[in-house]
Design a protein around this ligand. Structure first.
Ligand code: HPA
Length: 307
């Protein structure tokens, strides 16, 4: 195992060896990168924009579980996009597939331990905000994790370790900072998604003419879509989009010292009475529709974030 890897040392002993084996296996094959990308349902085609691409199926990497969802191709890709060294997870595991957390989050831990500094976490989501229409993109400002559990239970060496150094907060909130100073910032997630990266994503959207919202993402277990009452509840608690991924992996990335930026592709309005039933295939098809837009956006974003 790579003893020198400071991020591995943050993981619980039981998990560290397993993650470390996958990391060593990938490092031997030249896997390294500055920015990590996680591509959600229907959004996997961004890998076509990766130059000098090296690919491996998840099933070949020691310790990886493979996804049961056919549309999530399940490959780890490394190469350059807009000149930036990237590692791309083409497809992810989902909480609704039912595996334990250490399996669900292993690929995310590996991505962090391969040394990426930032990560773009994308997903397909239902629009709760009435101004959103299918095909819109939303930068995630913050998230509500509705799994009703701490996503990292048992996975860190020290659950109460302070977060790795974040650097200066570009949008400080003096009131909040004062309050937090009194209680310490142990494991706090007042700054989960990196505001500077969110702003660069919005700038990249303006530059490429891609319409962009900024909003709050709700993460549910799935795999069933929401009831009408649940949609009402999610709106009332201030969420703009709802999906079935992203929250646990974003928390892990931040706790391991990787700065995350989240991007939701709105594939449907969250279902209300009178609309046809939504299928996973519908979600994947809208994802495919926006793929050019998304590729343009990410290619403009990556050099900004890397500078
Ligand atoms: N709900 C939950 N997850 C989703 C949706 C939705 O409406 N659309 C795409 N992923």
């Amino acid at each position: 195992m790579s003893e020198s890897n400071a991020r591995l040392a943050l993981l619980s002993a039981a998990w560290r060896d397993r993650v470390g084996q996958a990391v060593d296996w990938l490092v031997e094959r030249g896997y390294a990168g500055r920015i990590g990308l996680v591509l959600g349902s229907g959004l996997g085609s961004f890998v076509d924009a990766v130059e000098d691409a090296q690919m491996v199926d998840y099933g070949e990497i020691p310790g990886y579980s493979t996804t049961s969802v056919a549309e999530h191709a399940g490959r780890l890709v490394c190469g350059r996009a807009s000149g930036v060294p990237v590692i791309v997870m083409q497809g992810r595991l989902h909480p609704y597939e039912g595996m334990p957390l250490e399996e669900l989050l292993l690929p995310t831990a590996v991505l962090a331990c391969l040394g990426v500094e930032q990560a773009v976490v994308t997903n397909a989501a239902g629009g709760l905000n009435r101004y959103y229409t299918p095909g819109d993109l939303m930068v995630i400002r913050d998230q509500v994790d509705l799994h009703w559990d701490d996503a990292l239970r048992g996975l860190l060496a020290s659950p109460f370790a302070p977060l790795p150094e974040l650097g200066a907060d570009p949008t400080p909130d003096p009131g909040l900072t004062r309050k937090l100073a009194g209680i310490g910032r142990i494991g706090g997630l007042a700054r989960l998604f990196e505001p500077a990266l969110a702003r660069q994503m919005v700038e990249a959207a303006a530059e490429t003419g891609v319409p962009m919202h900024v909003g709050t993402y709700a993460s549910m277990w799935g795999p069933t879509f929401e009831t009408k009452a649940e949609i009402g509840k999610l709106r009332r608690i201030g969420c703009d989009a709802v999906g079935m991924s992203t929250a646990p992996e974003t928390v892990l990335l931040r706790r391991l010292g990787v700065a995350p930026v989240g991007l939701s592709c709105i594939t449907n309005p969250a279902r209300e009475t009178g609309q046809p039933e939504l299928s996973h295939q519908d979600v994947v098809e809208v994802g495919a529709m926006v793929r050019d837009r998304m590729a343009r956006l990410l290619l403009a974003f990556l050099p900004r974030a890397a500078n």
